[in-house]
Design a binder for this molecule. Sequence first.
Ligand code: NI
Length: 227
Amino acid sequence: MLISIDRLLSPAEVRQLRRSLDAAPWTDGAATAGTLAQGVKRNQQLSDGLPLAAELGRQILARLAGHPLFVSAALPRTIYPPKFNRYAGGGSYGAHVDSAVMAVPGTHQQMRTDVSATLFLSAPEEYDGGELEIEGPFGVQSVKLAAGDLVLYPSSSLHRVTPVTRGERIASFFWVESLVADPTDRALLFDLDQSIQRITPLLAADDARLVQLTGVYHNLLRRWVRQ
Ligand code: NI
């Protein structure tokens, strides 16, 4: 399931992030790829230890924490501190699946990656190419969103970034370990939650049908939460 979240960041917030990122020390992204991914990854990243990356990452996490659509879709238990990358001059990232388990920087904790996220920080007009292509059950979906928009997709999916042939594509990316590991269960909960959200304004808060439906949501979640 692909879910896009429009305007996670406002245009002013994107501009502020971009000002910081334009002056940041970028390094070769292949250094942090897994053994197999190293051969297909041609981009630049900010290193995890950089205080600037940590500060910008915290700003993004603050937005995510208060975003009902993100919480409903990802049901986050752990969010990897957001990373940043830049593609230019033909840079690309060939087809790969993200590592299943990652060490959370700055902790002794490991996390399972259930949901992958890309937050676009360049406007589509700023660059050619740079589509995020995600393979799913209905074929390949090509994603290129407005600056400030976020896409969530299953970490288990094969995906790639096509070569950036003009301009530069700057993005933030991170992973989520979800409270609900199974993507089908998570998608059902998301659909149920979204329909409850849509009918809530039409009914009284103590409407018995709404109370029951909300109970079904929580009792399904209780069954499917993995400790
Ligand atoms: Ni990836």
